[in-house]
Design a binder for this molecule. Structure first.
Ligand code: ADP
Ligand code: MG
Length: 307
């Protein structure tokens, strides 16, 4: 039997006046996958995520969560999704624990089992000793944790996190990644937008790169990296080389002490470089080559350069 995708976007458009925030987005997120949504500020990531969560209504197109339409079956899809929004909240009236209980109530969840789950969430997100604090007294990082706890209160099948680590310290970031990884291993689908491309590279199985309301690339992380046509060659010399020939200068992307890093087409010949080293009697002490990182692929895709 064909598996129903966790999320399906069908020709989703969103217009704000003249601005096309989403141009016509169509793709699916497989159930159980760890999916990354990347793109520069203003690309449309939050708009897409908010449309998926029913917070905004697309101008046209449809979104389905586990086969259910986000608008026609709002209550049902809302139950499947857990959203950690980008914007921080604070509520002057309620403590953290009260907010989590209220959120549980919204989903009709109560009793000892639910209280135990709330306790576990508070524990895992290092909020236990603050659970009676008013949310308006919390730091940005703490508020972020509260939002994550609120999204997880009903154990959603699909967890959607919009820049959960923006402005969060290294410790909390690590805790969050461990926690989301664990949820993914338990079978939850995780959809994440992030500015930390190294982490997207480490965590996400599939990645969509958005820009100006369009999906520029969508593939498995491995394929995105291996399809990239460049590699990076680091040459370390026994002394600093200041004057490069123009053909090499054009390909130089980094220079530090005696090290030079060149960005080369994977198919390019290294004859020029070797000839130059030889002619200038430069002693090479080390040479290494590596494939592009996700950050470099991302920059190439979003800076308008063709790859
Ligand atoms: P991202 O999350 O990728 O940074 P957003 O989805 O927040 O991008 O925004 C996409 C574009 O839509 C931006 O140009 C933003 O200014 C615009 N936009 C978002 N929300 C609104 C709104 N409520 N009214 C008008 N324009 C909006
Ligand atoms: Mg955003």
């Amino acid at each position: 039997m064909l598996q129903i995708p966790a999320v399906e976007f069908h020709q989703v458009k969103k217009q704000y006046g003249e601005l096309e925030a989403l141009k016509e987005i169509s793709f699916s997120v497989e159930e159980g996958s760890f999916f990354g949504l990347l793109g520069p500020n203003g690309a449309g990531k939050s708009t897409l995520i908010n449309a998926m969560s029913g917070l905004i209504v697309p101008s046209s197109g449809r979104i389905k969560i586990k086969g259910f339409d986000v608008i026609d079956d709002y209550r049902h899809t809302r139950r499947i999704l857990g959203l950690v929004p980008q914007e921080l909240i604070s509520d002057p009236f309620f403590s953290i624990r009260e907010l989590l209980q209220l959120q549980s109530g919204y989903f009709g969840l109560k009793g000892a089992k639910q209280s135990a789950w709330i306790g576990e969430l508070l524990e895992r997100l290092a909020l236990s000793d603050k659970s009676d604090a008013n949310t308006s007294q919390l730091s940005g990082g703490m508020k972020r944790r509260v939002l994550i706890a609120m999204a997880l209160v009903h154990k959603p099948q699909v967890l959607v996190l919009d820049e959960p680590t923006a402005g969060v310290d290294v410790d909390l970031r690590r805790t969050l990644w461990e926690f989301t990884k664990e949820l993914h291993q338990q079978g939850h689908t995780v959809i994440l937008t992030t500015h930390y491309l190294e982490e997207a590279e480490a965590l996400c199985e599939k990645i969509a790169i958005m820009q100006d309301g369009e999906v520029k690339a969508l593939d498995s992380t491995h394929a995105l990296l291996s399809k990239h046509t460049y590699r990076y060659l680091r040459v370390t010399l026994s002394q600093a080389a200041y004057q490069l020939i123009p053909a090499l200068e054009q390909r130089l992307v980094e220079r530090e002490h005696n090290g030079l890093v060149f960005k080369l087409e994977k198919t390019a010949s290294m004859t020029e470089l070797l000839a130059w080293l030889h002619e200038n009697q430069l002693q090479v002490t080390d040479i290494s080559s590596r494939d592009a990182s996700l950050e470099e692929v991302f920059l190439d895709l979003t800076s308008g350069e063709t790859t």
